[in-house]
Design a protein. Sequence first.
Lengths: 313, 313
Amino acid sequence: MSDMRLHILGCGSAVPTPRHNPSCQVLERRGELMMIDCGEGAQSMMRRMRLRYNRLRHIFISHLHGDHCFGLPGLLSTMALHEAGGTVTVHILREGADLFARMMEQFCGPVSYRLEWDILDPAERRVIVDRDDFTVESFPLYHRVACCGFLFREKAKPRHLLGDMANFYGVPHYRRQEIRMGADFVMPDGTVIPNDRLTREADPALSYAYCSDTMAAKRVAKVVEGVDTLYHEATYGDDNAALARKRGHSTARQAGEIAAMAGARRLVIGHYSKRYNDEEQLRREAASVFAGQVIAANEGMTIDLGNGDIAGA
Amino acid sequence: MSDMRLHILGCGSAVPTPRHNPSCQVLERRGELMMIDCGEGAQSMMRRMRLRYNRLRHIFISHLHGDHCFGLPGLLSTMALHEAGGTVTVHILREGADLFARMMEQFCGPVSYRLEWDILDPAERRVIVDRDDFTVESFPLYHRVACCGFLFREKAKPRHLLGDMANFYGVPHYRRQEIRMGADFVMPDGTVIPNDRLTREADPALSYAYCSDTMAAKRVAKVVEGVDTLYHEATYGDDNAALARKRGHSTARQAGEIAAMAGARRLVIGHYSKRYNDEEQLRREAASVFAGQVIAANEGMTIDLGNGDIAGA
């Protein structure tokens, strides 16, 4: 199991169906949860998927359509009822922050955790979370209204120190961190022990991009270039390509094209129109133009972003 | 099947559980739907229970706690996506109308139906829907925040005309309505045909009262006196009577006492705390002090308010 897993809580589009919830995903990284979009029912799905409220630290809302954020007041209230602690940051467009902050005031008053609102800029690429080992960037998508994509990236990870070898060569503990970062070790007698005798390869730094809702756009492929796993909306199939264009959405084939252009390793599709009862058709259309792994998202699914293993759907 | 049926879409309380949705009911009368409270997930439950969006004409929101109204933006948006027509009136406290109207503006813009906001007065008993054959009144409940109960009442119904007898005595069509209303028929020769030879008894006028959330209060029993079916919250059992008082809620036994005081024919309980895994305990506590029918509400249940038949749960 790798460090990053993607949980699918909802992958339907605006018109709800008995088969799909509105948009919601949870990215899990080393036990921390980050939610991406928060359609109605997000809190129930978290419970059902056994994702713990008090591990949720960030909520990223791509845009202000109800199927991407109407679960927010309920989730934030329930977290307060569960006496979740720490800081929860909601990344959202300004009008959304104003409205939902007012709702929280009206309905909850003071909450058990620290609730912060981070205002997104839908016009520019911007780092919105910056940590030693991890960043999140927001970037423009192209929908009928202002809309942001999100790019989650681990920074390069340290190599694994081979404990036996380090002991054999007498590497003191205070030098080990720089060895992990790639340095050779110079013994007291001047002998140089090359790094690759003391360490083995680092785990790959994983990355994940979330692109919904949007028209298929080369500019988006450019921003997410080299991403490991790309989630791209695929509201329609080839049969509704004109409708996709008109409504600022993408077809599954276009999602595949963007994944190919970006050189992604893996594509996850979702945000299905209610028209489709079988997402396998959409998956095949995407796979016809993209050679990597293509996964049709489904509620309850968990994807290991390292090896692409799928569980629970 | 009588003219009024009660659908239970949610009967849990503030802390959501896997077993119950937050508060939501739909009262169906002659094909028209009236929703009472609208917790998150109301739109999904409507779909699951095959209650059609475009039959919904009124939504009554008892108070501004999230578990009673966070389903509203999603439901109203989805109704617009389904191009529901006609007028939909939301009866709600002023702060709620302000907030939700602003949300609708932000998220939906113009909708396919006419959306009206009727401001409730939580301090006084007041008729809020008045029709030829039916009224709805709001009245004060006693909770931690301003809260309204709702009383739905059919007016006395016309008697059933016995067609064969009316024809036999030559009752002209233009006289038949007054015969239905109870008049005798005077034949051209002066002979009086008493009404009970021309008609049979009217269907009973049904009534339903919704009391949630509230402390048990004699004043409430007084307002709903003589009601046919009473829904009264029963958040706790005897084991948590002190907590009920502290939080402005009722125990199941108190719900039974109010039903008995009001002389109701039938009691429906709900708004269960997450503490209870078996509502049968609560039902029994209510039934120990109330001799009429006691029903423990459950999601998916439909209750015929005429004969008390239960389906679907």
